[in-house]
Design a protein around this ligand. Structure first.
Ligand SMILES: *Cc1c(COP(=O)(O)O)cnc(C)c1O
Length: 442
């Protein structure tokens, strides 16, 4: 019966997780929560099927309805992002970036991207072994690219357009990767695309974090500003399943992307998530403007409130943030690892984050100087500006006042009782963290 016990235990843990998340304040910037409709699509039979290739040209049978759903998903992508081509098969944001590397580069080519301390993502990182770099990632380790960093303007918290143009001239990259995991302000896409195109480089904009905001019209329009292709995750500000996608307006680039995605970096492409993405896109087209305008207002308000509580919030000069994300320098109160743990005990879920100057000051990603907060999920739970003031007070009590986290947790879970439903979707009355039980109960 040992295996039956393990089996039972998995479900106990899943249910406990759901109950826990029903009581905490989820502020991880890369996360969100899906609507009941998206969840239903995710547990459909599509999750057991294969459909290699393009709709209508599959190398598997049984794809009649799968093809129709995927074509619908592609159409909804094109409508949300106002673009000519979309590939919805990458199984994640990293897989989408790998497809971009595969389509436009070969081993040994130079790519320019943001460094990780300045907000870049692990998928853009160099190979640790070869370069002696402190932090490595997919671009070097898998695609064998030589990664050079885009100069970063720490005060304005964005890529330095002038110095980046010079770096592009100097390094003559094959690919310039814009976009970041700490994406407070729009990137200088126009200036950088001009410089990149002058040396024949392709510009990809990684919209993993900001895809939802872009689709709803609340962040820059990267294709409109000159980027050639856009890769993304579909589960951060875009409240879909964990999946990826690539869009472009160029026929020529699109043909390369399609081949890179399959047979390059995928075999099955998680068809249940393609269906779930189609549902999420339909809901975004209907409710996205209202949802994303509240995200922006909540993020600004939370940043201001934290500043008012005595925190050093990054980007003050530019109004802290124009996205869902806030970066806080908490070094004077303790390191990011301590803060992450203390806040978790108080029922506030955030993650530690490197600040652009951390490595220079001898700090590491294990104990960095910052924490990153995102408001996508709490906004979906119905929180508004005045609730952000309350959230900022809870954070101050833990980080600055050093109150007992367990005591704060009592009040956090009391506060959360008002925010249990999902908003901005067709079935908005449902409990957000309800555990769906399909098994017979003994
Ligand atoms: C989250 C993220 C990704 C990749 O995400 P997946 O987990 O693979 O979907 C890629 N790029 C950036 C900038 C990200 O923040």
């Amino acid at each position: 019966m040992r295996h039956k016990e393990a089996y039972e235990k998995v479900f106990r843990l899943l249910e406990e997780h759901h109950r826990w998340f029903d009581r905490v304040i989820p502020l991880i910037a890369s996360e969100n929560i899906v609507s009941p409709a998206v969840k239903e699509a995710m547990i459909s039979d599509f999750g057991h099927r294969y459909a290699e290739g393009w709709p209508g040209e599959r190398v598997y049978a049984g794809c009649r309805f799968i093809d129709e759903v995927e074509l619908l998903c592609i159409d909804l992508m094109k409508e949300l992002f106002h673009c000519r081509h979309a590939d919805v098969r990458p199984t994640s944001g990293v897989a989408a970036n790998l497809a971009i590397y595969t389509a436009f580069t070969k081993a040994g080519d130079v790519m320019l991207a943001q460094s990780i301390p300045s907000g870049g993502h692990i998928s853009m990182g160099p190979d640790i072994g070869k370069t002696g770099a402190k932090i490595g990632g997919t671009a070097g380790a898998v695609a064998r690219l030589k990664v050079e960093y885009l100069p970063f303007d720490e005060e304005n918290f964005t890529v330095d357009a002038d110095r980046a143009a010079k770096a592009i001239e100097e390094h003559e990259p094959k690919l310039v990767m814009l976009g970041a995991s700490v994406f407070l302000f729009p990137a200088p896409v126009r200036e950088i695309s001009e410089a990149a195109h002058a040396v024949g480089a392709v510009v990809n904009y990684d919209a993993a974090h900001v895809a939802g905001l872009i689709g709803a019209g609340f962040f820059q329009d990267p294709l409109g500003e000159g980027a050639d292709t856009v890769s993304m995750s579909t589960h951060k500000t875009l409240p879909g399943p964990q999946h990826g996608a690539i869009i472009t307006n160029s026929e020529e680039h699109f043909e390369k992307i399609k081949k890179a995605v399959f047979p390059g970096v995928t075999s099955n492409h998680h068809l249940h998530n393609v269906a779930a993405l189609a549902v999420a896109l339909a809901e975004m087209l209907e409710f996205g403007r209202e949802y994303c305008s509240q995200i922006i207002r909540n993020a600004k308000r939370l940043a201001e409130a934290l500043c008012g509580e005595g925190f050093k919030v990054v980007g003050e000069k530019r109004g802290f943030t124009e996205s869902h994300t806030i970066l806080v320098d908490i070094w004077e109160h303790g390191n990011g690892a301590w803060a992450e743990k203390a806040l978790e005990e108080a029922g506030i879920i955030v993650n530690r984050n490197l600040l652009p100057w951390d490595i220079r000051l001898g700090r590491s990603f294990r104990e960095p100087g910052g924490i990153r907060l995102g408001v996508s999920e709490v906004t979906r739970l119905g929180m508004k500006e005045s609730d952000m003031d309350e959230v900022a007070r809870f954070i101050r009590e833990v980080i600055i006042d050093k109150r007992e986290p367990k005591e704060v947790f009592q009040r956090v879970s009391e506060f959360r009782k008002e925010f249990r439903n999902i908003h901005y979707c067709f079935e908005s009355g449902r409990l957000a963290y309800e555990y769906i039980n399909l098994r017979l109960q003994s």
